[in-house]
Design a protein around this ligand. Structure first.
Ligand code: DHB
Length: 394
């Protein structure tokens, strides 16, 4: 296969990589996208489902034709249950915003279709991806295509949207980067089930038995999670045991009961915070999980990836169309401002809502005090609503 020349080589065809490719395309900038996963693998990987208003606006870009507004559901709040007592947060009255429930794999399907309509190349199922010369103005990406051909891409810039285990981040020299990491002493057990929604909005529940999240997917399929030790084996949990545990974690004097049904998927999700700085080196720029991972509480992962792209796309466009490479110099600093706000919110929600089996009784009561200070004050509720729906652009 001949060497492909492009403006931007994008490693990773998840929502961040494809959203970026789309915004570049709309500005007349060429890109080549590669991913080691197949289209169907990505389309069938269950990830979070909550979109900030800013992410929804990005999906409204010309030509994406996202189904978020037609197939997604607007949510005007969440319910935070504390030991069985419900505390509704109403986002429009608190901060004038809403969020949308629309699963990440559907976003991927929309963006992949939009990409296909541009006729610009996307290679799924590649192997042996490597990159180099990122310290020069002619970096390259190589891979083997699904057909076994050698793919050589020569670009002006490379973007690593290749997730937390991709090859791009490792290209930044060790002496030029720093890793910030926090481990949490639990994981989430996630299920998909065939049942109607149990409530109008998502329920985040703190209980003596630990945290539970009652989320949704559609009128007939629901997503739920509960806090569990990290070494939990999904196979050890029968349907009955899962429903008993979930129900116990949301039970309260209001008699609230979950709507149950057959469980069609069970997974144990890892739980950690990591930030890698800077998010750029030479001609390489990182976006999304390749540069940062948040714990799932608060659903910031995809939203942060889109926020990175909303900073990176105009900077790349300015660099390519006005020969203004300076526009890119502030990318990492601008993107990490929001990353750390999201890390803080995800950490804070996690700490306020989960119980750590090894923590002392002081910490258990202190974190309950923190949660009550938030929920029992309009300022606290407004703060939570602002973090959840997403901060205005800096
Ligand atoms: C979902 C996941 C989250 O982590 C969250 O905070 C809200 C919703 C979800 O998968 O639906």
């Amino acid at each position: 296969m001949p060497e492909l020349q492009t403006d931007v080589a994008i490693v990773g065809a998840g929502p961040a990589g494809l959203m970026l490719a789309h915004l570049l395309h709309n500005a007349g900038i060429d890109s080549v996208v590669v991913d080691n996963r197949s289209h169907d693998d990505i389309a069938h990987t269950h990830r979070a489902g909550i979109l900030e208003a800013g992410s929804v606006r990005m999906l409204g870009a010309d030509g994406v034709d996202s189904r978020v507004l037609t197939a997604g559901h607007r949510h005007d709040g969440i319910d935070i249950r504390v030991d069985g007592i419900s505390h509704p947060l109403d986002f429009p009255s608190l901060v004038g915003e809403s969020v949308w429930l629309y699963p990440q794999n559907e976003i991927f399907v929309d963006l992949a279709a939009a990409r296909a309509r541009t006729s610009r190349p996307t290679f799924f199922s590649v192997t042996d991806t490597s990159l180099g010369d990122i310290g020069t103005e002619r970096p390259w990406v190589r891979a083997t295509t699904a057909d076994g051909d050698d793919l050589r891409i020569s670009a002006r810039y490379v973007v690593g949207a290749d997730g937390s285990r991709g090859p791009c981040r490792a290209m930044i020299p060790a002496e030029r980067k720093e890793k910030f990491f926090h481990e949490y002493p639990f994981a989430w057990f996630g299920i998909l089930c065939e049942a109607p929604p149990s409530h109008e909005v998502l329920i985040y529940s703190r209980s003596e038995r630990g945290f539970a999240l009652i989320s949704q997917r559609s009128d007939t399929v629901q997503r739920m999670y509960f806090q569990t030790p990290p070494d939990t084996e999904a196979a050890d949990w029968s349907e009955d045991r899962i429903w008993t545990e979930l129900q116990a974690r949301v039970a309260g004097p209001d008699g609230f009961e979950l709507k149950t049904g057959p469980i069609i998927d069970k997974t144990v999700l890892p739980f950690r915070s990591a930030v890698h700085e800077p998010m750029q080196h030479g001609s390489l720029f990182l976006a999304g999980d390749s540069a940062h991972t948040v714990p799932p509480t608060g659903a910031k992962g995809l939203n942060l990836a889109f926020a990175d792209v909303s900073v990176l796309a105009p900077a790349l466009i300015s660099a390519m169309t006005h020969d203004n490479a300076e526009a890119l110099s502030g990318y990492s600093q601008a993107a990490t401002r929001r990353v750390w706000k999201a890390q803080n919110f995800s950490y804070q929600m996690t700490r306020m809502l989960h119980t750590d089996p090894d923590q002392d009784a002081f910490e258990t009561r202190r974190s309950l005090g923190e949660l009550r200070s938030m929920l029992e004050s309009v300022h606290g509720r407004r703060y939570l609503a602002e973090c959840y729906t997403g901060w205005p652009d800096d």
